[in-house]
Design a binder for this molecule. Structure first.
Ligand SMILES: *[C@@H]1O[C@H](CO)[C@@H](O)[C@H](O)[C@H]1NC(C)=O
Ligand SMILES: *[C@@H]1O[C@H](CO)[C@@H](O)[C@H](O)[C@H]1NC(C)=O
Ligand SMILES: *[C@@H]1O[C@H](CO)[C@@H](O)[C@H](O)[C@H]1NC(C)=O
Ligand SMILES: *[C@@H]1O[C@H](CO)[C@@H](O)[C@H](O)[C@H]1NC(C)=O
Ligand SMILES: *[C@@H]1O[C@H](CO)[C@@H](O)[C@H](O)[C@H]1NC(C)=O
Ligand SMILES: *[C@@H]1O[C@H](CO)[C@@H](O)[C@H](O)[C@H]1NC(C)=O
Ligand SMILES: *[C@@H]1O[C@H](CO)[C@@H](O)[C@H](O)[C@H]1NC(C)=O
Length: 352
């Protein structure tokens, strides 16, 4: 009886919501069934996420997904569309390691006019990602991301054509603003995830006494990300590589505590932030980055690591994963991004 009443009320609400939706989205040619379905989901969500098929047939914005608060965020601030396979591997591996979290990829070159249509077409471009139901691709609109943060006025004043490291600097700013606003984990697109990071507020040690900004996580509105944005503007120097990136993170972290000399495998607390030892993401330090593209007689287990940073910015000779090469990176692809791996192996192309 009570159940029947609940169903009746739910149907009533769905019909009302469906009507409103129809009025609001008059311009979109969506079927009655599909909008009723998504409204039904939003009335009674099982786990707070919106399933892929509904997301594709209706306009879901980046804000809708990000405000869930625990997304894994990847950014592409360059103009490329044909992304290296490592980017797809990074996203796929995160989607597999965090099946219950949304993996959000924001791309600058994806124009934001008619973004509903673009999102659909763009993800269809990458068959290895479109089969993962927790991956979302949206346009990266810097103005929206930085709005209502200390970075907004700085952004308005800057002449981007004169900036020598704009792709990096804009990425450095956007990641801070996004994690400040929404919370979650930011990751560079050359990080292969292996197992979940068991911390909410964390920074990654890149080496002794030095914090990375290539992977970090915070609850929304954490002091660290806000102070980071203020310090970014105060000490801005676009010509100094890393000044707004790892140097900034290290500077701000030092305001909170004395950075330790790690004895390899202990993490430390710095105020309410867990500062993770370099083994967690950087077991192969940057001068040795080529090791990822070499054949090992005995494969390392990386059992102290959550994810591996492959140091793509060191990779000037553009080494890539070659199927059949038996290199360390091939084994990582096979295990952590099998769809990308199989697609590369079959056809040599990961785009349609
Ligand atoms: C994901 O969520 C489901 C149900 O909500 C739960 O059973 C499962 O353990 C979760 N998986 C992970 C990896 O957290
Ligand atoms: C975005 O717009 C520009 C200029 O109109 C165009 O060159 C580019 O191909 C567009 N990008 C996409 C993903 O459609
Ligand atoms: C930015 O700098 C370029 C190169 O000096 C110049 O041509 C352009 O007019 C500047 N733009 C603005 C908005 O000042
Ligand atoms: C490293 O070992 C030294 C000596 O055993 C110890 O004093 C120090 O606290 C350790 N560092 C960390 C981060 O645990
Ligand atoms: C974390 O510590 C800072 C002081 O360093 C404090 O201002 C902030 O409220 C704390 N945040 C949380 C979430 O505990
Ligand atoms: C990690 O792997 C090494 C071998 O590479 C092994 O000696 C060690 O016991 C492992 N540690 C854990 C916690 O599994
Ligand atoms: C192989 O890749 C091309 C594009 O490079 C695509 O048109 C074709 O459908 C692919 N074939 C298979 C079997 O996946």
């Amino acid at each position: 009886m009570i159940k029947a009443l609940r169903i009746f009320l739910l149907m009533l609400f769905i019909t009302a919501a469906g009507f409103l939706y129809k009025v609001m989205y008059n311009g979109y040619n969506v079927s009655y069934f599909s909008y009723i379905f998504i409204q039904g989901l939003s009335v009674n969500p099982s786990d707070g996420t919106i399933a892929k098929d509904q997301a594709n047939s209706n306009k879901v914005t980046a804000e809708d997904i990000l405000s869930g608060g625990n997304s894994i965020i990847f950014l592409e601030t360059g103009d490329r569309i044909q992304l290296p396979s490592l980017v797809l591997c990074a996203i796929e591996s995160a989607a597999r390691v965090y099946p219950n979290r949304s993996v959000v990829f924001l791309i600058k070159s994806l124009n934001h006019t008619n973004s509903e249509d673009q999102e659909k077409r763009f993800i269809d471009h990458y068959p290895t990602l479109s089969s993962l139901n927790n991956v979302y691709i949206f346009p990266l609109v810097m103005e929206d991301i930085l709005n209502k943060t200390p970075l907004f006025d700085w952004y308005k004043k800057i002449n981007t054509t004169l900036e020598s490291h704009w792709i990096h600097v804009s990425s450095d700013g956007c990641r801070l603003a996004l994690i400040w606003k929404y919370g979650g984990i930011y990751m560079d697109t050359d990080i292969i995830s292996m197992r979940p990071i068991p911390h909410l507020n964390f920074l990654a040690g890149e080496s002794n006494l030095y914090s990375s900004n290539g992977v970090f996580g915070f609850a929304s509105q954490h002091t660290f990300t806000w102070t980071g944005m203020e310090n970014f503007v105060k000490n801005y120097n676009g010509n100094a590589w890393g000044n707004q990136g790892p140097h900034l993170f290290t500077r701000v972290l030092k305001m909170i505590c004395t950075l330790p000399n790690f004895n390899n495998t202990e993490d430390i607390m710095c105020g309410n932030i867990t500062f993770l030892n370099p083994q967690r993401f950087y077991p192969i330090p940057y001068p040795a980055w080529r090791r990822y593209y070499e054949v090992w007689t005995k494969l390392p287990t990386f059992n102290q690591s959550y994810a591996l940073h492959l140091w793509n910015y060191m990779n000037r000779d553009r080494k890539t994963m070659e199927p059949g090469s038996n290199t360390l990176v091939e084994h990582l692809y096979q295990q952590y991004c099998p769809s990308t791996y199989v697609a590369l192996q079959k056809n040599g192309s990961i785009y349609i």
